[in-house]
Design a protein. Sequence first.
Length: 609
Amino acid sequence: MRTDHWILGLSAYYHDSAACLLRNGKVVAAAQEERFSRVKHDHRFPITAVRYCLREGGIGPEELDAVAFYDKPWLKFERLLETYLYYAPVGLRSFMKSMPLWLKEKLWMGDSIRSRIGYGGEVYFPEHHQSHAASAFFPSPYERAAVLTLDGVGEWATASWGVGASNRVELEYELRFPHSLGLLYSAFTYYTGFRVNSGEYKVMGLAPYGEPKYADLILKEVMDLRDDGSFRLDMRYFNYCQGLTMTSGAFHDLFGGAPREPESPLTQRHMDLARSVQEVAEEVMLRMARHVRERTGERYLCLAGGVALNCVGNGRILRSGLFDDIWIQPAAGDAGGALGAAQFVWHQVLDNPRKPEGGDDLQRGSYLGPSFSTDRIAAWLDSREIRYRLPEPERVPELAARYIDEGKVVGWFSGRMEFGPRALGARSILGDARDPEMQSVMNRKIKYRESFRPFAPACLEEDASDFFAIDRASPYMLLVAPVRMERRLVPREPEARLGGTERVKQVRSDIPAVTHVDYSARIQTVGADSNPAFRRLLKAFKERTGCGVVINTSFNVRGEPIVCTPEDAYRCFMRTEMDVLVMEGVLILKEEQEPLEDRGDGQGTHELP
């Protein structure tokens, strides 16, 4: 008699496609397709992620009991068709561009899934926001909680709220397309010259450099916002229903010019626009959260959907005191829909019980991707004749801490890869948070990205309140909190003398490399059980320096996904100005390496080595 029951969850065909495998309701593996394909935000069917998940579970596709896809393709097609017909004949180009994939594959998703993975059983299709809600509540530590989901758009819904209790999530209200907080934010992302569906966090990072000069204009002309957080957008200002861009000529006239050309200089106006839409987004999130609290009476809140990656807004909800605590799905965007769809089927369709585990969430730190042993890494390095060292295992954290203290930048590759967009100490680049030059160095020489972009601190959980105005754990880097007043320093130059992003050069605290221009920080706390290897490094750094805080940024360069394999990590290490690479127990020093071009190594792998 079978004792294990397996469910595979999938998301695909918009952005950040992913796969997730459950065994008896518990997450065995989850990963985004981009990590294997090396195509950032890869939207294609996640076949390599599926193969990884099945391999991690030690099963074949014939052993699956169910497959769940994260939305209803026919319902989404209905929305697209109605929208195109409403705006016809405008939008014909957009219509013709999208139809081939729909007619060839998306409308026949069940058959496509079965043929692609070699599976012959039932395929379930929860609605998009049901998948988001399930991903928010079912892995959370709460027996019951309010649930709020916000994103661009699923089938018709752009936001929803309801209640999760025991093994069910019931959504009571939804906001419908085209009125969408996610699409409003993406419109300003596009208008300020960043890429939609990947540049929204740049807008959030740029916002503190500006003033909310346009916030009232947005609320007066563009959005009719109500007390409960619901709203209507004036669609004259947008082009996403009928065209291939986000904003219309009326939008450009209202805000004083054409969209910024990508990579062109940022002006104070762009910073003010970013600050304005961020302020409006936070206000919407706060009003929705207040309404949900009043309507449900629940003490806890769970969040998911792409807007839940707005960690500044999350921090405002937490600090409002509306809820005793909040839990945010670490893979809050579409990737997390794969996990939510699988858990929706396990609990809500198949009626299996759910048992929160003693106050801890059920996502296992979100370390759900591939791992590689020291022996396997060393064998790969030997096969390429790459120089490395093998120190005593217990010395590795101490050595890494020493290099960081010496001002070196360390690539850290340890344990299972993270599921979701944040590096959490498994595929990370680390630096000294105390070094006032480190933010500039890492942006310029390592990440090859815009100078204004802030870096996040990783700190020992028990030390978080010594540095930041936060009184609880933040393991998934999804909460922003202020740096404590006693840590702050008076800037050397008056702010008025520095224009725009030049303000980033000011030393604002005793951990300046992770203190943003508004004295905020996006915090990751590392507890006793979440990531032992990373915690040992932080403890070693604290023992050496008295400070248990380091810069933690994702192990990638601009435009590339986070590294997955040792080969990905080594290539990224060699093509940047990182100084040291630590992969499990292996230590690689840049000064001992031959140039990558001399080695003749090829491109990244699509399958695991």
